[in-house]
Design a protein around this ligand. Structure first.
Ligand SMILES: [Zn+2]
Length: 359
């Protein structure tokens, strides 16, 4: 087999234009310097999350975090391998590549320099503190708490700075509960926006076409807000509740999956001198990066996995090799009942206990 030189491959990579490539599979609409379309990597019903950037020659979805260049798009969207993607591009741009040896290894790409971190003005948080009509907050107050006063719930919602935002779009009103991610240096990283039903469960696709979003993604999408340019800065997540870290220097940090669980545990068991509840935002979101600020300060950490997350988090805990990291399944093992279901999260168990206490 004659070997085609790397030059042809490099030429193809340099020629590949992200708008061409993505546009060959998905209708794109130009908006200012960017192109928008429905994201092919998650069930997307609203244009606005998936953005193609001609300047950076890349795409990014702010809903599912899919991102990459032309090759990555062909690999992920069309299940091609690297060679397949090169052949496809070669054909598309009329560059012959029939002889690409199958054992070609792409050169290791240098990671691009990280962009400066996006920090949002605290004002954006403080202006969204009215929870009067927030479905999640109203549900929280309505639970049959035993001996927990309304003031305690208000204190938790206040201290975690839970927010609310109403957005009107195409004649429809969208109400989001906002869980801000503010780090221990009080820098606002972003806010996770979710919609809740009256029963405290999150809205699903069947309930509304727009189930969740991120504050930074909305700012990045807005052409008029030139100070928030995703080509110039990037969002880095932190733990929900991390801003409380320094106020209680000796407290153990108890980490759960969801923001809702962190709030419920804080209301039910919160004693900040002993423990601060924080949420990482999802089963796969426990990482060295996320825990680093806590580890650097030598803080004690305890992971509280949900019923279906015990195995994954145990593996993660072993991998992290941090001697002040504990792993607590005692809670879920002691109190979990089959009626809670195999996927029960810590909060489901606590809520069932609260209900049991009242019947
Ligand atoms: Zn997506």
């Amino acid at each position: 087999m004659s070997k085609i030189d790397d030059l042809a491959i490099r030429r193809i990579i340099e020629t590949a234009n992200i708008v061409d490539v993505v546009g060959a599979f998905i209708p794109l609409k130009q908006k200012g310097p960017r192109y928008l379309g429905l994201c092919p990597f998650h069930e997307d019903h609203n244009i606005g999350s998936f953005i193609v950037y001609p300047r950076g020659n890349c795409y990014r979805c702010f809903a599912c975090e899919a991102k990459g260049d032309s090759i990555k798009f062909l690999q992920e969207h069309c299940n091609m391998d690297f060679i397949g993607a090169i052949r496809w591009l070669g054909q598309h741009y009329g560059i012959p590549v029939d002889d690409v040896p199958v054992d070609y290894t792409p050169p290791v790409k240098k990671e691009p320099e990280p962009l400066p971190m996006l920090t949002l003005p605290i004002d954006i948080v403080l202006r969204r503190r009215n929870l009067e009509h927030d479905t999640f907050a109203l549900w929280l107050y309505s639970l049959p708490w035993n001996g927990v006063q309304r003031d305690r719930i208000r204190k938790t919602l206040d201290e975690y700075l839970v927010g609310h935002s109403t957005i009107k779009q195409n004649g429809q009103q969208h109400d989001f509960t906002i869980f801000w991610q503010i780090d221990d240096k009080q820098r606002v990283r972003t806010g996770k926006m979710m919609k809740y039903r009256c029963d405290g469960h999150r809205m699903k696709k069947g309930d509304t076409p727009w189930t969740q979003d991120w504050v930074h993604a909305i700012l990045f999408r807005d052409e008029n807000l030139t100070q928030f340019d995703p080509d110039k800065m990037e969002m880095r997540q932190c733990l929900f509740g991390q801003h409380l870290l320094n106020a209680w220097q000796n407290a153990t940090i108890n980490i759960v999956e969801s923001e809702k669980t962190a709030l419920i545990m804080d209301i039910a068991y919160g004693n900040r001198y002993e423990n601060i509840w924080m949420a990482c935002g999802g089963l796969s979101n426990i990482s060295r990066d996320k825990l680093k600020p806590l580890m650097d300060l030598g803080r004690r950490i305890q992971l509280f996995p949900d019923k279906d997350g015990i195995k994954a988090w145990r593996e993660k805990a072993t991998e992290l090799k941090y001697d002040k990291l504990g792993f607590n399944t005692e809670f879920i093992d002691t109190y979990w009942k089959p009626e809670d279901g195999p996927k029960a999260d810590v909060a489901d168990v606590v809520l069932r206990m609260i209900r049991d206490n009242n019947t």
